[in-house]
Structure formats: structure tokens, C-alpha cells
Write a new protein. Structure first.
Length: 326
């Protein structure tokens, strides 16, 4: 056989081998363009802070710019629709919190189906809320607070980040389990509700632990009880609501990344691996803990099951609170 023929045959074999190898491997490549993490809340919110922590660390790992895009509005629906209208190629990711699972019950004529149209990428962190009152409030613990609320139903007030917000649902969950009724005063954000509690214009609010901590340390607020099943490492001396005689209260706000359910599975798996690697970085873990967050590890199918269960749980709370869509 001539040398030229041998070379041609070798080249053909190598090409065929390369083609078959490429065909056998899942295509997890992302288009060569910036990746965006869409945040349904304004800059400066805890969701925005976490999203930027991950964007900074993901960019060098993916070899592409990762940008945070704030699209607040309609309790997260605006950002959710934006994601679903974008190409499902892995370059658009939605940052969500617990309100993601609330909207299915809360919003009338929701323009999408949460279980059908979204796929969970990774659950990043969670934080219990904490029942706080003004430092001069008569109640010194959960038992005294509940007794006061029962003595004047509908008169004691609490603030939240708005109807259907995680802080609203935390309070309604507490109301139901404690057998009390408080007046709900919605605000644009939990920061405003907490400030009104500091000012004594509200009886209570249920901010995340990290947000409440500066005010409890300064003596402006008194923390009565944490809504998780375990005490927060950031407030080790504050007992849980569970410890104080309301056993079924187990509520945390969670923070996560989701994508369009049309995104190819290999792309989802690739991004989940990279997010997992970022979550494992000591500096990322330290930043989350500094915000009063508990790092979490659920991803993909396991996270989808978590979301489905949470939709059902939150749906029951929304319906019982009277805020459900007609």
C-alpha cells in the first residue's frame, strides 16, 4: 500500500473515531455568550447578595461572564416569565426563594405551571425566620406573646415583605399553629417591616435571622423564638418556637437556582456540578454563614421533589390564611 493511502486511511479512522466519541459524549457545552442569573428582587436584597456570590465564583469556572440581572415585580412572576421566554440553552438561570413555591396557589391565572415549566438546579441555602418584637414590648417569650394575642384577637400587628412573601407565610404559619389572629401589614420588603418593628409601630415581624441579628445585638429588638426545628448558630441563646410549646412550627426561607424544564439534561448536570463546586469553597460557605444562612446541597431531581412537596405545604398555609387565588 502506498504511503499516501496509509496516511489517508489513518486520517479517516481518526476522524471516524473522533466523530463517534463526540457522538457518545453528552453535549453539555454552553453557547459562547454571557450567562445571566435573573433575580426577582431588587439589588441589595439577600437573594441578590447570594446570587452575586455565586456569579463571581462561577464565571472563571465556566470560562464565561456570569451576570446578575435584577427583575423585580409581581412576587417573582416577572422574572419567572423572563426566564421561560429565553432560549433554554443554559445561559439563563433564575434565582428563587420560597416564594417560588407559593405563587402557584397565591397568584390567580399564573402564566406558567411551576412544577411543569421549571427544573431545579440547586438548593443553595436556607434560613429560619425569627419572631422579633420591639425591645420595650411587654412579651418576653413566645408563650407571653401568644397569650397577649389571644386576649385581643386581630389587634396585634405584624409586618411582612408583602402578601405571599416568605415572611408573610412564616407569620401565618405561626398564627395557625399558635391558634391566634394578628393584623397583617404588608410592606415592599422585609427591611421596612423590621424597621417598623424597631420603631414600635408594629407588634412583631418575622425576618430571616441574619437580618434581625444587628437589631437584636444593638438592643433595638428582642428575639422571642426561631421558627426552625433547631436553634440558629447566630442566635444560640434564642429558643425555637418548637421548644416553647408550639411543636409543629418548622419554617425556613430557602434560596436556590432553577432553570427552564426544556434545558437539556446534560447542560443541567454540568451546571449543577459547577454550582456544587462553588458551594464547597470555604470562602463561599463563610459568606453564607455570615448572612445567617445554612448551606444546603439538594440538586436536580432530588431538588425537584423538594419543590413539589413545598408547593403542597405552602399551598395549605396560603389557603388557610385566606390569601389564596380565587
Amino acid at each position: 500500500m502506498k504511503l499516501t493511502s496509509i496516511r489517508a486511511t489513518a486520517v479517516a479512522l481518526l476522524c471516524a473515531l473522533g466523530a463517534s466519541t463526540a457522538f457518545a459524549q453528552p453535549d453539555n457545552r454552553l453557547p459562547a455568550k454571557p450567562i445571566r442569573i435573573i433575580v426577582p428582587f431588587s439589588a441589595g436584597a439577600l437573594t441578590d447578595i447570594i446570587a452575586r456570590i455565586y456569579a463571581e465564583k462561577l464565571s472563571p469556572r465556566l470560562g464565561q461572564p456570569v451576570l446578575v440581572e435584577n427583575r423585580p415585580g409581581a412576587g417573582g412572576v416577572v422574572a419567572s416569565q423572563l426566564l421561560l421566554k429565553a432560549p433554554a440553552d443554559g445561559t439563563s438561570i433564575l434565582f428563587v426563594s420560597s416564594s417560588h413555591s407559593v405563587n402557584q396557589t397565591l397568584q390567580s391565572k399564573l402564566p406558567y405551571d411551576t412544577k411543569r415549566d421549571f427544573s431545579g438546579l440547586a438548593l443553595l441555602a436556607s434560613s429560619p425566620t425569627v419572631l422579633v418584637v420591639n425591645a420595650n414590648h411587654p412579651a418576653k417569650n413566645v408563650k407571653e406573646f401568644v397569650a397577649m394575642a389571644k386576649s385581643k384577637p386581630g389587634e396585634m400587628s405584624y409586618g411582612s415583605a408583602g402578601i405571599g412573601a416568605a415572611t408573610h407565610l412564616a407569620a401565618e404559619y405561626f398564627n395557625q399553629e399558635a391558634g391566634i389572629k394578628m393584623l397583617h401589614v404588608p410592606y415592599k420588603g422585609v427591611q421596612e417591616a423590621t424597621a417598623e418593628t424597631v420603631g414600635g409601630r408594629l407588634d412583631a415581624s418575622f425576618p430571616p435571622v441574619g437580618l434581625a441579628l444587628p437589631f437584636t445585638k444593638s438592643g433595638q429588638l428582642r428575639a422571642l423564638g426561631v421558627t426552625g426545628m433547631e436553634r440558629s448558630p447566630m442566635m444560640p441563646n434564642v429558643p425555637t418556637v418548637h421548644e416553647q410549646g408550639i411543636p409543629n412550627v418548622d419554617y425556613s426561607i430557602w434560596y436556590a437556582l432553577v432553570m427552564s424544564s426544556k434545558t437539556p439534561k446534560p447542560v443541567m448536570e454540568y451546571l449543577a456540578r459547577e454550582v456544587r463546586a462553588v458551594s464547597a469553597m470555604p470562602e463561599v460557605r463563610e459568606k453564607l454563614l455570615a448572612q445567617g444562612l445554612v448551606p444546603q446541597k439538594l440538586e436536580l431531581a432530588e431538588f425537584d421533589r423538594f419543590i413539589a412537596k413545598d408547593i403542597d405545604k405552602m399551598g395549605q398555609i396560603v389557603k388557610s390564611s385566606g390569601a389564596a387565588a380565587e
